[in-house]
Write a protein that binds this ligand. Structure first.
Ligand SMILES: *[C@@H]1O[C@H](CO)[C@@H](O)[C@H](O)[C@H]1NC(C)=O
Ligand SMILES: *[C@@H]1O[C@H](CO)[C@@H](O)[C@H](O)[C@H]1NC(C)=O
Ligand SMILES: *[C@@H]1O[C@H](CO)[C@@H](O)[C@H](O)[C@H]1NC(C)=O
Ligand SMILES: *[C@@H]1O[C@H](CO)[C@@H](O)[C@H](O)[C@H]1NC(C)=O
Length: 411
């Protein structure tokens, strides 16, 4: 069956290609071809989208940053996730805080083997959601004035035109499923679709997340395709867990990407980035240690300070002073400095965070004159709010550093 329809499609393609060549094709020919195309559209789409899936996603990644990847075992784990087995009936959730390098790790895994995987990065501007799906699935169409032949030509030749009609994301998902069927028939295992940054759907487009999740569950049940949701541990994860029925089909435990440990961070700075000097015949890693003290194990922050250190030739002390100026400004915006209205509330919060590491939101909120002010302070980069646990923490290691050095004011 597979083989037969394949040869059928091949000859279909060939005859269609031939039809495209003569420019002065008769009107009758067009009508015939359109009827012909309509008849074959379904088969053609299955063929086309399965080809797109087969090719998979080849993400653009900064090659030079790839050599610094410090978690090869995670990349290997992702590669296994992206190659589901034949009768797999579980989909995946990957979560991790901001800056833990989820996207880079995923892209690295895809770079090595992206076959059978479609990668969708939910855009910050959700008006572009349809377009994002179009691009990922190479789903181009000119409607309605363009001939159907033109559509075929576009698909065959992967034309990119400016006058393309944007196809809705729901229809793209259907197209993907169509291709998935054929893909599985041919390769045995189901294809994978990755949704990165699903947090961007919450709260305004939470309905889209619901649909993606329900569909992921149904299709895992039927072993048709395997979805991978990537979230930063905030409200999207909470919502997905709350759909208890769909949550039963998530592969557990959920994959968590965490900050690097101190050892891994120092290893990254010293051995991958070469931040070390020779002192009296010994390797000196003081600067690397100071950089780690400043930003902690968040790989994104480590990468940034390493770049500043190496490219801008700044010392760890200079980098720290610059960071402190930015933080100082944040404290000013949050009105937490001495003689500013939120100073006392701030001191109380900081004391609690220093001793307990966290503070529940209700207690936090009550320290301010009104809830609006409490939320305004949260909008600065000083404290972080975790909606799942409903708690407040410091937003970064650098903030903790800053407070330690300004203990006289805040503690
Ligand atoms: C790629 O990464 C290197 C090292 O991190 C950086 O210097 C360079 O600017 C990056 N290039 C792009 C295009 O992001
Ligand atoms: C999946 O397939 C393998 C062999 O292909 C079989 O051993 C296993 O029992 C199957 N699992 C389920 C849940 O059907
Ligand atoms: C999680 O991601 C969303 C969307 O990208 C973002 O608005 C939010 O600030 C992120 N939360 C954290 C804690 O990084
Ligand atoms: C990870 O590092 C970031 C940045 O320094 C910090 O804000 C966060 O609290 C750390 N997370 C954990 C679980 O330690």
């Amino acid at each position: 069956m597979t083989k037969k329809s394949k040869t059928n499609n091949k000859s279909t393609l060939q005859s269609l290609k031939q039809l495209l060549i003569p420019i002065k094709i008769s009107i009758g020919g067009f009508i015939l071809a359109d009827i012909f195309y309509t008849l074959y559209q379904d088969k053609f789409d299955k063929y086309y989208f399965s080809k797109v899936i087969e090719k998979g996603t080849q993400p653009k990644v900064n090659i030079s940053s790839l050599q610094y990847i410090s978690q090869p075992e995670i990349v290997e784990h992702f590669k296994r996730i992206f190659k589901p087995y034949k009768n797999q009936s579980l989909y995946h959730v990957i979560c991790g805080e901001r800056g833990t390098g989820k996207t880079t790790l995923i892209k690295t895994a895809l770079k090595e083997d992206g076959q059978g995987v479609i990668y969708i990065n939910i855009p910050t501007n959700l008006n572009k959601l349809d377009e994002t799906f179009n691009k990922a699935l190479k789903n181009f169409k000119i409607l309605p004035s363009g001939s159907l032949l033109k559509q075929i030509a576009q698909k065959i030749l992967y034309f990119k035109t400016n006058s393309k009609t944007v196809i809705k994301w729901e229809d793209n998902l259907e197209a993907f499923k169509n291709g998935a069927k054929r893909y599985k028939m041919k390769h045995g295992n189901p294809p994978v679709i990755i949704y990165d940054n699903v947090d961007r759907l919450v709260p305004k487009h939470a309905e889209v997340l619901n649909i993606l999740q329900e569909d992921a569950k149904d299709n895992a049940d039927d072993m048709k395709y395997i979805a991978v949701f990537v979230s930063n541990k905030t409200s999207a994860l909470k919502r997905m867990k709350a759909r208890t029925n769909a949550w039963t089909r998530v592969s557990k435990p959920v994959v968590e990407i965490n900050n690097l440990s101190k050892e891994e961070s120092i290893n990254y700075l010293v051995n991958k980035r070469g931040i070390k000097t020779m002192k009296e015949g010994k390797i000196d890693i003081t600067e690397a240690e100071k950089l780690y003290e400043l930003v902690g194990g968040c790989i994104m922050d480590l990468e940034a300070v390493a770049d500043e250190f190496l490219n801008l030739k700044q010392s760890s002390e200079e980098i720290k002073q610059q960071k402190f100026i930015e933080i100082d400004n944040e404290f000013n915006i949050a009105k937490l400095h001495k003689n500013q209205p939120n100073h006392e509330a701030g001191k109380h919060i900081i004391k609690t965070l220093n001793s307990n590491g966290m503070l529940d939101y209700l207690t936090y909120s009550k320290l301010f004159n009104n809830p609006e002010e409490a939320n305004k302070v949260l909008e600065t980069n000083i404290f972080a709010y975790n909606p799942i646990k409903n708690i407040i923490t410091f937003n970064s290691r650098a903030i903790e550093c800053y407070i330690r050095e300004n203990a006289g004011i805040f503690i």
